[in-house]
Design a protein around this ligand. Structure first.
Ligand SMILES: [Cu+2]
Length: 155
């Protein structure tokens, strides 16, 4: 009994882990998206954000050209820049994803801005977003909404 129960347990744990990890990593070609997350929004707020890590495992650079989601009218690509003492957001046409590198969308850095939310985003909800990459093509991801004030993905 004891001689085979350990491997069986390991297989069960591995299956469980794979099942849990699945929504947090989505890939297409050389592009792997990890931990896409968003923040709950207060009532009446018209904008939200989405963060994630985009890995390019290929030997060619890629570019994120656009993103669409049903929860907002538009998803804009923004970068954050310091201007004296204030941080300002600026819209860009694309995010450059260098070959063999990770590009992090994170608080205080590049992010996807959800403009004109259809309704407030609630903690615990998930929504889908379609990313359009120049080389990798279309990738649909599932974004998890965390509590207001979150600074990093939970996983
Ligand atoms: Cu922004």
């Amino acid at each position: 009994m004891k001689t085979w129960s350990v491997p069986v347990l390991l297989v069960l744990l591995a299956t469980l882990y794979a099942g849990m990890a699945w929504p947090h990593s989505q890939e297409k070609g050389d592009i792997h998206v990890r931990h896409p997350w968003s923040r709950a929004t207060p009532p009446g707020a018209k904008v939200g954000v989405t963060y994630m890590e985009i890995r390019n495992t290929g030997t060619q650079p890629d570019r994120l050209l656009s993103a669409q989601t049903g929860v907002a009218q538009r998803a804009e690509m923004h970068v954050t820049q310091r201007d004296g003492d204030v941080m300002k957001m600026r819209q860009v046409k694309a995010f450059e994803i260098p070959a063999r590198e990770r590009f992090a969308l994170r608080p205080g850095g590049p992010h996807l801005m959800l403009v004109d939310l259809a309704q407030p985003l609630k903690k615990g909800e998930r929504f889908t977003m379609t990313l359009h990459f120049e080389r990798a093509g279309e990738l649909e991801i599932e974004v998890e909404v965390q509590e207001i004030g979150s600074r990093q993905p939970h996983h």
